[in-house]
Design a protein around this ligand. Sequence first.
Ligand SMILES: [Zn+2]
Length: 126
Amino acid sequence: MAGLKCKVNAKGRVTVRFKRFTRANLRILTAVYEVAEKTTSVRDIVITSANDGRHSRRPLSQHYKDAAVDIRTHSFRRVEARRRFQGALTHELGPLFYVVYEGRGTRNAHIHVQQRKGTTYTGKLA
Ligand SMILES: [Zn+2]
């Protein structure tokens, strides 16, 4: 049963910035939490970014619309465990969200989760 936390820097300060809570990012966090509770392969699921940092397609990225988060993947020691987590999250969120493994093979590898482009999520939060 993994926990859910935010990335911190060397000084222990949280580096993730949420500017505004939206139905989309709350739904994503709830889904990540629920999947994390069923995950035994890592101690914690770590959110590495929300509306902060530098994301591709600035300023169009869903990160800047408070509708996307990134999740650390190097804490998954086995590819299978990461894939299982990603699959469970995709299933939990359903077709209105998009879950993708980005930066494969780089230090920046992470799971990116966002509300589908061109949509505004109005569904349930949990
Ligand atoms: Zn992202």
